[in-house]
Design a protein. Structure first.
Length: 126
C-alpha cells in the first residue's frame, strides 16, 4: 500500500526541517491504515517500532511516499515495513529518508490480546 503526505510549515522543527515526531506519527498512521484494510474486524494498538534511523533532513514542500508492506503475521500480532521516500524522485533514484518495522497487536474489548481472524474478514461475531 502507498500513502502520501506534504511537508507543510506546521510540520517543521525549530531548524526548519520536518520534525521527527511528525514523521513517526505519519509512519504509524500509514501502517495502521494498511493493517485495518487487511484486517477490518480487528482493533489494533501499536506495540513496537524497530530501529528508528533518520537518513537525512526533510525539507518543507517535500511530498513523502509511504510504502507499506506486511512482513510478518503472528497469532495476535502483525508487522509492517514502512519505507519513506521522496515521491518526486525519479524511480531509478530512490531517495529513502526513513524506514522501520511497525508491530501491532489485536486486542478485544477488555484490552487483552485476541487472535487474528483470516485476512480480509469484515466482521467477527463474539
Amino acid at each position: 500500500m502507498e500513502n502520501y503526505a506534504l511537508v507543510l510549515p506546521e510540520h517543521l522543527n525549530h531548524y526548519g526541517h520536518l520534525h521527527g515526531g511528525e514523521l513517526l506519527k505519519w509512519v504509524d498512521e500509514a501502517a495502521y491504515i494498511a493493517a485495518r484494510l487487511d484486517y477490518p474486524a480487528c482493533q489494533f494498538v501499536t506495540v513496537a517500532m524497530d530501529k528508528l534511523s533518520f537518513q537525512e533532513r526533510i525539507q518543507p514542500g517535500t511530498i513523502l511516499r509511504f510504502s507499506v508492506e506486511c512482513t510478518q503475521v503472528g497469532n495476535t500480532s502483525i508487522q509492517y515495513t514502512v519505507q519513506v521516500s521522496d515521491a518526486l524522485a525519479s524511480r531509478g533514484e530512490a531517495r529513502i529518508f526513513f524506514s522501520t518495522q511497525v508491530t501491532y497487536v489485536n486486542i478485544g474489548p477488555d484490552g487483552a490480546k485476541q487472535p487474528l481472524p483470516p485476512c480480509g474478514v469484515i466482521a467477527v461475531t463474539p
